[in-house]
Ligand binder design. Structure first.
Ligand code: ZN
Length: 255
């Protein structure tokens, strides 16, 4: 099965539409969404409507929680806090109801565990470093775990016979095999991987293009994608909404 994996849309409708247009060529059968559908961006309701139309399997993110007042925004920086307050005013009753029904614990889909932050702290922990990844392999039981939250595409690979975890920054458009090739004797090292598709609506790896991934569950392959979108349209909508200038500018740099 081919799966479109998206995360951290953050109310950026123009970026989400560009991703869906680009992803159409892969004939995906399911959509998995790793949270933070709202927060920061100017079209939270429109993004929720689209994610619902896609019938995406979706978990809740920290910004989603903040938007429905399930999280104290004291932990957010000043600009993120302003964006949360703006998002709260904007959300329709339908959007609020949808956000409040999203699961805050990981979803398991076959060999894949889906969560926003990390399997051991689904809403808040960032898996940025191999040491954090290593500690989290004990918190899920499937071979693979999909996370978002950092806004940085990455793979953390653990060969179970080894103690350390290897971090990989994937090259866009290069397919990665998630299972090691079998040797002549049929033996293959046992691998587990934590994968992050990056962020649709607010990338933070110095590449401003929207990020997503196509997962092929049968062939166990991961295709990281980047797609350019009309950043200036999102920025214009943010400006007319009165959202903080720093949040508007960072979209140009992917940081
Ligand atoms: Zn996020």
């Amino acid at each position: 099965m081919r799966v479109l994996v998206i995360s951290d849309i953050h109310g950026n409708l123009t970026a989400l539409q560009a991703v869906l247009e680009d992803a159409a060529q892969f004939n995906y059968e399911e959509v998995w969404c790793l949270g933070d559908t709202v927060g920061y961006g100017p079209e939270p309701n429109e993004c929720i409507t689209l994610v619902r139309q896609l019938k995406a399997a979706c978990v809740v993110g920290n910004h989603d929680w903040a938007a429905i007042e399930r999280m104290d925004i004291e932990d957010f920086n000043a600009e993120a806090r302003r964006a949360v307050l703006w998002t709260r005013q904007e959300l329709s009753p339908e959007s609020l109801a949808w956000l409040s029904e999203l699961p805050s614990t990981p979803i398991v889909k076959g060999e894949f565990t889906l969560t926003h932050g990390s399997p051991r702290d689904p809403v808040w922990e960032y898996v940025l470093y191999p040491s954090t990844a290593r500690a989290n392999f004990d918190a899920f039981s499937t071979p693979f775990c999909l996370v978002g939250h950092t806004h940085v595409p990455a793979l953390h690979v653990w060969v179970e016979s080894e103690t350390s975890v290897r971090a990989i920054s994937p090259t866009p458009n290069r397919v990665l095999a998630l299972r090691p090739a079998e040797k002549a004797d049929g033996a293959a090292p046992s691998l587990r991987i934590i994968l992050n598709p990056g962020s649709v609506g607010q990338p933070r790896d110095n590449d401003p293009r929207a990020a997503y991934a196509i997962l092929n569950t049968k062939e166990a392959t991961w295709l990281p994608r980047r797609v350019a979108y009309a950043i200036e349209i999102t920025q214009a909508h943010m400006r007319s909404a009165g959202l903080p200038e720093r949040l508007i500018n960072r979209l140009s740099f992917g940081w």
